[in-house]
Design a protein around this ligand. Structure first.
Ligand code: HEC
Ligand code: HEC
Length: 343
């Protein structure tokens, strides 16, 4: 055999081995229960739509305005976007959320991201809300958040003729604008906030979509057992036991105990590099430290600095493409619009 062909066949063997280990990794990840965001628009729509109030362009556009609408709060200063800032990974970057009258969340709870929250099986850290429509009613009325009674919210919205027109356009001329419909419309906008990433391309079979270092981190992520809780399309979103092996380092901060069984909603890991600080009370700022803490609290293992860094390299590949959200121009108040109330 000539040297050149020996080299050629060695190279060939080399590439085959590489390719097959990549496809083995892909198989392994799929078997771990992690799933991609669908590639086809139709399948994606099926996944995020609610047949009881189907997504339409007019509803999404109105829902976006309401999402950015500070007049839904008592003070007229706080919108959903204050704490779930779409330019900041859908969160606020502070440990405990701050709302009406500069009040921090009484249980020191951190604002979860709204990106991909439609993929959660339940909403809130203790999973007390079943879906986004129900969830959206909570923060508007909650004292430490937007502090606006339902009647005030309806009075503000219906005092603005441009909003009434938009509701008619979205739902028909005989629409009844009540608090529930306002919350439902915000939820429809939230349903569109899904962020596909290079990791999804990999799961759809593009084996080059991740770098070798990201693949190494992904392999560790599965081998260490992370995917036993951070799985399905959201890499999170279900209730899981917390502090399985050991108490969380900052457990006493805020006193949150999970639901009645001590279970906590597993956060999505999509866009995780954008949403520090981490955990329900924002106790940990470094993603590498958060990974190590998971090893100790959830898996009863010690994850080395080196392995934790590698896992973080993979986690950063979960940063997705954000939908194009242009900042909406909101219609002017009228003389009948209830005034801001700072108390
Ligand atoms: C003052 C800050 C603040 C404001 C304003 C606010 N939120 Fe939140 N949001 C939070 C906090 C904190 C949580 C977690 C609370 C809990 O689990 O009890 C949360 C939870 C959520 C969740 C659940 C996500 C998950 O993964 O569990 C969604 C969805 C959400 N908010 C959407 C909204 C919408 C829509 C609005 C506007 C109507 C809004 N929020 C206004 C702070 C805020
Ligand atoms: C037994 C289930 C379980 C396992 C296993 C698990 N996690 Fe978690 N993870 C959770 C839960 C529940 C939380 C939320 C805990 C809290 O804040 O109270 C969480 C939180 C996190 C957070 C912080 C997210 C945020 O937005 O604040 C990161 C990062 C994370 N996990 C990564 C990992 C990694 C990496 C592994 C593997 C080394 C792992 N997890 C293993 C259930 C699990």
């Amino acid at each position: 055999m000539k040297t050149a062909s020996v080299v050629a066949s060695l190279v060939l063997v080399g590439t085959c081995a590489l390719a097959s280990s990549d496809s083995e990794l892909l198989e392994k990840v799929k078997n771990s229960g992690v799933k991609p965001i669908p590639q086809s628009q139709l399948e994606l729509l099926k996944l995020v739509d609610d047949p009881k109030n189907p997504i339409t362009e007019n509803k999404v556009e109105l829902g976006k305005k309401l999402y950015f609408e500070p007049r839904l709060s008592k003070s007229g200063l706080i919108s959903c976007n204050t704490c779930h800032n779409l330019g900041l990974g859908g969160a606020d970057g502070v440990a405990a959320a701050v709302g009406h009258k500069w009040t921090a969340n009484p249980a020191h709870l951190n604002s979860p991201t709204v990106y991909n929250s439609v993929l959660n099986k339940v909403q809130f850290w203790d999973g007390r809300s079943p879906h986004l429509e129900d969830q959206a009613q909570g923060p508007i009325q909650a004292g430490p958040e937007m502090a606006a009674p339902a009647e005030l919210v309806v009075a503000r919205v219906t005092s603005i003729p441009a909003y009434v027109e938009e509701f008619k356009k979205a739902y028909g001329d005989d629409v009844k604008i009540d608090f529930k419909l306002i919350a439902d419309t915000i939820a429809i906008f939230e349903r569109t906030l899904v962020t596909p990433s290079r990791f999804d391309k990999f799961l759809h079979g593009d084996l080059d979509a991740l770098t070798p270092a990201e693949k190494e981190g992904l392999n560790l992520f599965v081998d260490k057992g992370c995917a036993s809780c951070h799985n399905d399309i959201g890499l999170g979103g279900t209730m899981q036991p917390f502090q399985v092996a050991k108490k969380y380092k900052f457990a006493s901060l805020g006193g949150f105990q999970g639901d009645e069984n001590g279970m906590v909603k597993t956060p999505t890991l999509r866009n995780i590099e954008e949403t520090a600080p981490y955990f329900h009370n924002g106790g940990i700022w470094s993603l590498a430290d958060a990974v190590k803490e998971m090893g100790s609290t959830q898996l009863g293992i010690s994850i080395s600095n080196d392995d934790s860094k590698k896992i973080v390299t993979f986690l950063k590949a979960l940063t997705g493409e954000k939908p194009d959200v242009s900042y909406p121009i909101l219609p002017a108040s009228t003389i009948n619009t209830p005034k801001p109330d700072m108390n």
